[in-house]
Design a protein around this ligand. Structure first.
Ligand SMILES: NC(=O)c1ccc[n+]([C@@H]2O[C@H](COP(=O)([O-])OP(=O)(O)OC[C@H]3O[C@@H](n4cnc5c(N)ncnc54)[C@H](O)[C@@H]3O)[C@@H](O)[C@H]2O)c1
Ligand SMILES: [Zn+2]
Length: 360
């Protein structure tokens, strides 16, 4: 089993990564000095696959257990379902020394983290991420939250988990489209700060597509190390943490103009990564051969790279301007200078952005 430490002073925690390790979760809980009852938060899809193993392990370790099942889908990541979680926790008298366990993808991780951060002014929670996106991104770093009808992830907290428990075996049941969307975030880590990870993804495509345990463990470990490092240096995104948004400025705009239904988040980020590296090339920050390599890697994993033909650059730009107003700030771009190195830029002209959108 691989272990990575997220260094955040008294809020430090471990990320454990291994194959077939779900049964070990219960024993690990003992070291947290928790009260007798813990709560698993999951959805029907994931709970029917892995609920018995996780519950069995927790019961075997001597804990009582309550389970809160939320319907499967981003639309249930809202305050109404947080309320349902509070109701069940209170009804079963979970107290300040209880913990929650998030068993599922990013949706379950985000809502569980939010509920844990607010229940009785904050209790522990443990991430057991079961999508690639959650294993390499959302379960690490302590951003929690739910959606509001006026905006995604608008209500949230920073609240670090006590442990992240990653079983790569769970990816064997994940639909391939979801797996590849998560892989877009791994490609992102390669581009922003790890040329070797990028090379590995190029050289091991077949292993990745065949869900080879060692290859998956390697890319998840590297991704978590990178995210852990960035988060320990800049937990609240005062600066450096923003490099994790490579591909996301354009990606978010694409998700918005397509109503969050056409592309999975990672697919929109893949398109965003290609358009943003083109933008970097237009501004003379990066060579053309590096742009081609990034596009080739995205394409080789069957992810979209080009701007969808039916989308209008004008609408994408307008959506980014609205975002900029909403945050009362400047539009920021994370632009690669070569594979493994990026810089954050403000003040990129609309003209350059439009050119990158139109020529891709
Ligand atoms: N907190 C953060 O830092 C952060 C970062 C990135 C994304 N997010 C959030 O993460 C969410 C997206 O997460 P996601 O991509 O994991 O989506 P998701 O949680 O909706 O999971 C995708 C689908 O896969 C299913 N699933 C999960 N694990 C499975 C498994 N092992 N086998 C079969 N099916 C499985 C789920 O039931 C769901 O239908 C968004 O709400 C986003 O805002 C948060
Ligand atoms: Zn993302």
């Amino acid at each position: 089993m691989e272990k990575i430490r997220v260094e955040l002073g008294e809020r430090s925690y471990d990320i454990s990564i291994g194959s077939n390790i779900l049964d070990g979760i219960g024993d690990n809980l003992r070291s947290f000095g928790l009260s007798p009852t813990v709560g698993i938060i999951s959805n029907p899809t994931v709970f029917s696959l892995y609920g018995d193993r996780v519950s069995g392990s927790i019961k075997k370790a001597g804990f009582g257990l309550i389970t809160v099942i939320i319907p499967d889908g981003e639309e249930y990541k809202d305050l109404l379902w947080v309320q349902h979680i509070y109701d069940d926790l209170l009804r079963h008298r979970l107290d300040r020394s209880s913990a929650l366990i998030a068993l599922g993808g990013g949706v379950i991780g985000d809502i569980t983290g939010f509920a844990a951060s607010t229940y009785m002014r904050g209790i522990s929670y443990i991430q057991v991420p079961t999508t690639l996106l959650a294993q390499v991104d959302s379960s690490v770093g302590g951003k929690t939250g739910v959606n509001h009808k006026l905006g995604k992830n608008m209500i949230g907290t920073f609240w670090q988990p006590g442990l992240v428990w990653v079983d790569v075996e769970t990816l064997k049941t994940l639909p391939q489209r979801e797996l590849l969307a998560g892989l877009a975030e791994v490609i992102k880590y390669g581009v922003i700060c790890d040329q070797e990870l990028f090379d590995f993804l190029e050289a091991n495509r077949d292993k990745m597509m065949n869900l080879d345990d060692d290859a998956l463990t390697h890319i998840i470990k590297r991704s978590c190390e990178i995210k852990a490092d960035v988060v320990s240096k800049d937990e609240r995104e005062a600066g450096l943490r923003a490099i994790l948004n490579y591909g996301h400025t354009i990606g978010h705009a694409i998700e918005t103009v397509t109503g969050y239904t056409r592309f999975l988040h990672g697919e929109a980020v893949a398109i965003g990564m290609y358009i943003e590296v083109r933008l970097s090339h237009i501004l003379n920050f990066i060579d053309k051969d590096q742009v081609s390599r990034i596009k080739a890697l995205i394409d080789s994993y069957g992810l979209p790279s080009g701007m969808p033909a039916d989308l209008d650059a004008k609408n994408i730009l307008a959506s980014m301007q609205l975002d900029k107003k909403a945050i009362a700030g400047e539009l920021k771009f994370v632009l690669p200078e070569k594979i493994g190195k990026v810089r954050i830029h403000k003040g990129v002209t609309d003209r350059a952005i439009r050119e990158s959108l139109e020529s891709s």
